[in-house]
Design a protein around this ligand. Structure first.
Ligand code: BTN
Length: 323
């Protein structure tokens, strides 16, 4: 059936069932069956009597084959598991990891029924508009270094969105990506480890790409690339570019063994620095965000005591910017 797709893609216009059949040495009935199967996979194929079949919007195709085909990265996204519907791609990658899947294995969903964010919050993952992906990492690092991976994920996504759009996405430490004052991207990194050894890491990335409208409770805090730019973007390209960018950052991090080489770029892209923030821990406190440390933590100056403190994993909100 993919041979039919190749014929349609190459033609770029209508091709009759007869002609496709001739080219592939199959019957017209077989062509029709193949077309139906392609449609079930999400390919939009127009059929007009006396003209034949035509592939519509080939650039928007979003499935396993398309994602694997135009891949630029070596390992990240080499194997793609595509789900029309799943609870959470992080769950799928975790299962695949436990079954021995290779680093770089990628899960992508068209719809997540139980997409989750950090701290047990739900992550809205409707059909057709967003990128919901998880990628498997097997870094040879100690668990304490793993939070840096999340920062690298933020850098990779930020770079891709800066290159693909006219927007100015910025990272809210550690790894949310905002456009303007609203969140467009969230990253949930989950780890399976022992005290001294990381078994594997699942990096889950959610991007509101072509979302035209959010439910009322999210309208003030969430945005999409479409809402900010008025343009739609091919999700396939976004996924492939992120895999390429993430692989580059990840390999450079493993080679360097520290976050130091990325600090300057991270600081430049980080909207949190210089701002007044609220740090939520056991006792929430107000502080000014001063810098990012070599380990990727946030250095702040407390408003109450005037003392400097390093913030590790605590949730930080920027005053005046919705969480
Ligand atoms: C957050 O901002 O709190 C993190 C959101 C992470 C959402 C992504 S979508 C793909 C992957 N699967 C999930 O269930 N969550 C992550």
């Amino acid at each position: 059936m993919y041979r039919i797709l190749d014929v349609l893609q190459q033609a770029g216009d209508f091709v009759s069932g007869q002609e496709i059949g001739n080219q592939l040495s199959v019957s017209r009935a077989a062509v029709w069956k193949g077309i139906e199967k392609l449609r079930q996979e999400g390919y939009e194929i127009e059929a007009i009597t006396n003209k034949g079949y035509r592939l519509i919007h080939p650039e928007t195709m979003y499935n396993q084959r398309e994602l694997e085909k135009g891949r630029k990265a070596q390992r990240m996204g080499k194997t793609v598991h595509f789900f029309q519907e799943t609870d959470s791609t992080n769950n799928r990658i975790r299962e695949l990891a436990l079954a021995g899947a290779k680093e770089g294995t990628l899960a992508v969903a068209e719809l997540q029924t139980q997409g989750r964010g950090r701290r047990g919050k739900p992550w809205q993952s409707p059909v057709g508009t967003g990128v919901w992906l998880s990628v498997l990492l097997r870094p040879n690092i100690v668990p304490a270094q793993a939070s840096v991976l999340t920062l690298l994920g933020g850098l990779a996504v930020c770079e891709v969105l800066q290159n693909m759009t006219q927007l100015q996405p910025q990272i809210k430490w550690p790894n949310d990506i905002y456009v303007g004052n609203k969140k467009a991207v969230g990253i949930l990194t989950e780890m399976d480890c022992e005290l001294t050894e990381v078994h594997f890491v699942v990096m889950g990335i959610g991007i509101n790409v072509n979302t035209k409208e959010f439910p009322e409770d999210l309208q003030d805090i969430a945005t999409s690339l479409y809402l900010e730019s008025g343009q739609t973007y091919p999700r396939k390209k976004i996924v492939q570019n992120i895999m390429e960018s993430l692989e580059r950052y990840y390999d450079a991090f493993l080679a360097a063994g520290s976050f130091e080489p990325f600090l300057e770029q991270y600081r430049k892209n980080c909207m949190t620095l210089g701002k007044e923030v609220v740090v939520y821990g056991k006792e929430p406190f107000v502080a000014t965000a001063l810098d990012i440390t070599q380990e990727g933590e946030l250095l702040v100056k407390r408003a109450d005591t005037g003392k400097k403190e390093v913030v590790y994993a605590g949730e930080v909100s920027i005053r005046g910017v919705m969480k």
